[in-house]
Design a binder for this molecule. Structure first.
Ligand code: HGY
Ligand code: MN
Ligand code: MN
Length: 412
């Protein structure tokens, strides 16, 4: 039976969710476990209950909405993404995968289809690193790459522990119960905006992801003597910010000279202490985000950055300490899922291209416990993590249609 996505409804729901935000429209800010995030979760829960799904939440706040299958012994097939948003972001990152997954389920329901395997929609907790400094907190715990002990050691930007934040957000349960075994799901598929310009440049509506680049992030602390901006002559300074500035340019140069455009490196945060106009910076905190599709190449770039940072440290008499936050392997998508996506595109005569995901996603970690694939739709100018992030209703509906078709095949 033909599948017909309700394009108007999914667009209206994306707009409704975007209004649950701590930023002035068109920007969206929705930091995990804030009252706004809780309100958005409650809104989504209501939509899932309306669709007749069984909703539960685990001890780290991952939310699961289950459409039971005819064979309750069969491992479900899952889809999903995130709704948390970094400050001053757009309304589509993550949301397209959650609301697209819900609409894909409703589209199948409207045809009278009954899955053999259950289909489960997952809302992952804290895909963005904004609050706890590490991305994909919920999916890392689901697949076990983040241990309960390591999770308990996390603190947020206001120095609250994960436990304190969880309690305030009224999320309970034993964190040990979050982890799912390999085989818990038969497959996982995530619909997401590309967050890059390639599909738009190719004038294609769909991208089938073959691999997800390997992300690593570090905190870098530079410490010098500081002192009075007037009284300390230039020759005697150990200016932590000047050292950090040299290191930031080293980061850029190391990525540019890696030999591949697949290497990217970014210093996204620079905190200066004491931050006074007439005081020499004595302490600087930088965050470093380095990614590559090739793990050994990423490691080589990191080594160059660390070696050159220590040269700057020696030259300037400023101590430099690296603290690793995460260093993950890339993910190779499963042919079980990518071939089902190809067949689904074929059924609807929709063109696509195979591609790499340069952003990380919860799929990076779901691939550790289930055959995983991703389906991209274009976003205008490739913009994301910006208020002018945009995906067209037609592209969202097209991605949702192929997702529905793929879930139909994988749940048979
Ligand atoms: O940073 C990322 O790749 C993702 O958008 N959190
Ligand atoms: Mn994002
Ligand atoms: Mn995302």
């Amino acid at each position: 039976m033909n599948l017909a996505v309700d394009q108007d409804r999914i667009v209206a729901e994306i707009e409704a969710l975007a209004r649950i935000s701590d930023a002035e429209p068109p920007a969206v800010t929705r930091i995990v476990f804030t009252p706004t995030d809780q309100e958005a979760r409650a809104w989504l829960r209501a939509r899932c209950l309306e669709a007749g799904l069984e909703v539960r939440q685990d001890a780290i706040g991952n939310m699961f909405a289950l459409w039971t299958g005819a064979d309750e012994t069969a491992a479900p097939v899952a889809t999903g993404s995130h709704i948390d948003a970094i400050p001053n972001a757009g309304k589509y990152d993550g949301v397209v995968g959650v609301l697209g997954g819900l609409e894909a389920i409703r589209t199948l329901q409207r045809t009278g289809f009954r899955p053999t395997r259950a289909i489960e929609l997952i809302l992952f907790t804290s895909e963005e690193p904004t609050r706890f400094g590490i991305g994909c907190l919920g999916s890392r715990m689901l697949c076990g790459t983040l241990t309960v002990e390591a999770a308990r050691g996390l603190t947020d930007t206001s120095a609250q522990t994960l436990e304190q934040v969880r309690q305030k957000a009224n999320i309970h349960g034993d964190l040990e119960s979050v982890r799912l075994d390999p085989g818990h799901y038969s497959a996982f598929v995530e619909l997401h905006i590309e967050q890059g310009p390639l599909l738009e440049h190719s004038h294609l509506p769909l991208g089938i992801v073959e691999s997800i680049a390997a992300p690593a992030s570090y905190q870098l602390i530079a410490e010098g003597a500081g002192g009075h901006a007037g009284g300390v002559l230039m020759a005697g300074r150990n200016d932590a910010l000047c050292a950090a500035a040299e290191i930031i340019l080293t980061v850029e140069q190391a990525a540019l000279s890696s030999g591949s455009s697949d290497t990217v490196a970014t210093v996204g945060i620079c905190d200066v202490f004491p931050g006074a106009v007439n005081s020499i910076p004595s302490r600087v905190r930088l965050t470093l985000d380095v990614r590559d599709t090739d793990l050994p190449r990423r490691e080589r770039v990191m080594q160059i950055i660390q070696d050159k940072s220590h040269d700057v440290s020696d030259k300037r008499g400023v101590s430099v300490q690296f603290h690793i936050v995460n260093a993950d392997a890339p993910a190779i998508c499963s042919s079980i899922v990518t071939e089902a996506l190809v067949r689904s595109c074929g059924k609807h005569n929709l063109p696509f291209q195979k591609m790499v995901s340069r952003a990380y996603h919860d799929s990076l970690f779901m691939s550790r416990i289930a055959p995983t694939g991703m389906l991209f739709i274009p976003c205008r100018n490739g913009y994301s993590h910006r208020p002018d992030e945009f995906a067209s209703p037609e592209d969202i509906a097209c991605g949702t249609l192929v997702l529905a078709e793929t879930l139909r095949e994988l749940s048979r």
